[in-house]
Design a protein around this ligand. Structure first.
Ligand SMILES: C=C(O[C@@H]1C=C(C(=O)O)C=C[C@H]1O)C(=O)O
Length: 280
C-alpha cells in the first residue's frame, strides 16, 4: 500500500478527540462511541442496498474462474477489483484510514495533492491490519450463494462484478471500522483495557469489547432494513400484497450476514487493533 503522505484522521472523531480538557473529555468520548455506532448504522444501509443490487444478477460463476487476460493471471472479478484499486489509489482513496484495498501490494502513490496532515486518531499499528482476504473468501464462497439465484446470463459479467465490488468495499469499510470502535472504547476505559493488552489476552479483550444486547438489536435492525429497502413500492395499498414475499432479497440473509460474519470480524479487527494499541 502507498506509504506517504500519512492518512488523514476520521474527521468526525478527531473533532472531539482533540480536546485537551480532561473534565470534558470523558463526556465527549461517550459521544464518540455513539458517533461511531451511528456511522455503523448508516453503513448498514449501504450494505443492504449493495446486496439488493447484486441480487439483480444470477450467480454468474464464470466471473470467479481464471481466464485469459493479457498480462494478468486470475479471474475477471480479481482483474476488475485490482484495476479499480489502482485507479482509486492514484486519486488518494487509500490515504483514508477508513479504506482498505483487497490487492494492497504495489499500489501507486496518489497523483494528486492530498489534504494537509492533521493529528491521527488511530494508533500507528492500525495501518498494518487488513483482513480483506478473509472478507473476500466468505463473500464469494459463503455469502453469494445465499442471496443470488443459481445461473449464468453470459452477458452481464462486468455489471455483476461492479456490484460485487460495491458489496466487498461496503463490507470491508464496515468491518475495518472496528479500529475506530476499539480506539474509542480504549480511550473510554484505558484502565480496563490496559492489563488485558499488556497480557496480550485475546479472550479478555473480546469479553471487554462485546455487547451482546447491542448485537441482537443490530441483527434485528438489518433484517428489518432489508425488508423495507427491498420491497416493491406501490402507490395503491391494495397492490402491496405480501411484503415479505415481494422482497428482492431474503431479509434473513442480512441478519445472518451480520451474526455470522460482519460482527465477529468487526470484533476480530477490534482485538487485533487493541493487541497493538500500546506498542511504542
Ligand atoms: C461495534 C461494537 O462492538 C461489538 C461489535 C458490534 C458490531 O459489530 O456491530 C456490536 C456490539 C459489540 O459487541 C459496538 O460496541 O458497537
Amino acid at each position: 500500500m502507498a506509504s506517504s503522505p500519512s492518512p488523514p484522521p476520521c474527521p468526525e472523531i478527531t473533532r472531539n478527540g482533540n480536546s485537551d480538557d480532561d473534565s470534558k473529555e470523558e463526556g465527549l468520548l461517550m459521544i464518540d462511541l455513539e458517533r461511531v455506532r451511528k456511522s455503523l448504522i448508516r453503513q448498514e444501509d449501504s450494505i443492504a442496498f449493495s446486496l439488493i443490487e447484486r441480487a439483480k444478477f444470477p450467480s454468474n460463476s464464470s466471473l470467479y474462474k481464471s481466464l485469459q487476460i493479457p498480462g494478468f493471471h486470475g479471474s475477471l472479478i480479481q482483474y476488475i477489483v485490482k484495476e479499480t484499486e489502482i485507479l482509486h489509489s492514484k486519486v488518494g482513496r487509500y490515504e483514508s484510514p477508513e479504506e482498505h484495498a483487497f490487492f494492497p501490494d504495489g499500489l501507486p502513490l496518489p497523483l494528486i495533492p492530498c489534504p494537509p496532515k492533521s493529528p491521527e486518531f488511530l494508533h500507528g499499528a492500525a495501518s498494518s491490519i487488513n483482513i480483506n482476504s478473509t472478507i473476500w473468501k466468505f463473500y464469494l464462497e459463503e455469502l453469494l450463494p445465499l442471496f443470488t439465484k443459481q445461473g449464468d446470463d453470459a452477458i452481464s459479467y462486468a455489471c455483476t462484478a461492479v456490484c460485487d465490488l460495491n458489496c466487498l468495499q461496503a463490507l470491508s469499510r464496515r468491518i475495518h471500522y472496528g479500529k475506530f470502535v476499539a480506539e474509542v472504547k480504549f480511550r473510554d476505559a484505558p484502565e480496563e483495557y490496559g492489563p488485558a493488552i499488556r497480557a496480550q489476552d485475546r479472550d479478555a479483550l473480546m469479553k471487554l469489547l462485546t455487547f451482546e444486547d447491542v448485537e441482537e438489536i443490530v441483527k434485528k435492525r438489518v433484517e428489518k432494513k432489508a425488508m423495507i429497502f427491498s420491497q416493491e413500492v406501490n402507490l395503491n395499498e391494495k397492490d402491496d400484497g405480501d411484503k415479505q414475499q415481494n422482497c428482492k432479497i431474503d431479509p434473513s440473509v442480512l441478519s445472518r450476514l451480520y451474526g455470522e460474519w460482519v460482527m465477529p470480524l468487526t470484533k476480530l479487527v477490534q482485538v487485533e487493533y487493541l493487541l497493538r494499541r500500546l506498542d511504542k
